[in-house]
Unconditional design. Structure first.
Length: 139
């Protein structure tokens, strides 16, 4: 069995964003040479997320609106976490809802997606460097 590991780094200038990282993940898969196996992709930061869904701008705005409704950024005093001097209590909650990682089957050298599926990086506390781990195992 072969293994492959790579870190992708992101520095999103805005506080929140959804970035389609499918092309970068597909490049990792090609680089790995693995044709059959599993791909894990996960955020290495507790205020960002990796998830699978449709690459449709209206849906992304719906996510942003919904998450802001569930865990609004302001007032920052509403979060006990922010008593530590942070201002990102909401980002931790948003990450919990959107998830840490995805696992995708690799079949015949390709990501084995359903219709419309793409991999996204979700940023909830931007303006600093964060990384995403890509780990692929297989043959």
């Amino acid at each position: 069995m072969k293994t492959y590991r790579k870190e992708l780094w992101f520095n999103i200038p805005t506080r929140r964003a959804f970035i389609n990282i499918t092309p970068e993940i597909e490049a990792c898969l090609r680089e790995s040479g693995i044709r059959e196996g599993l791909l894990l992709c996960n955020s290495m930061h507790i205020t960002s997320s990796v998830f699978i869904n449709d690459d449709e701008p209206g849906l992304h705005q719906d996510y942003d609106d919904w998450l802001e409704h569930l865990a609004p950024h302001a007032p920052i005093s509403q979060y006990r976490h922010n008593r530590t001097g942070e201002d990102n209590g909401d980002a931790h909650l948003k990450r919990q809802v959107m998830g840490r990682e995805v696992v995708v089957a690799v079949t015949n050298g390709r990501l084995d997606f359903g219709p419309w599926e793409q991999i996204f990086y979700g940023e909830f506390d931007g303006a600093r460097r964060k990384r995403v781990l890509v780990k692929i195992i297989g043959e």
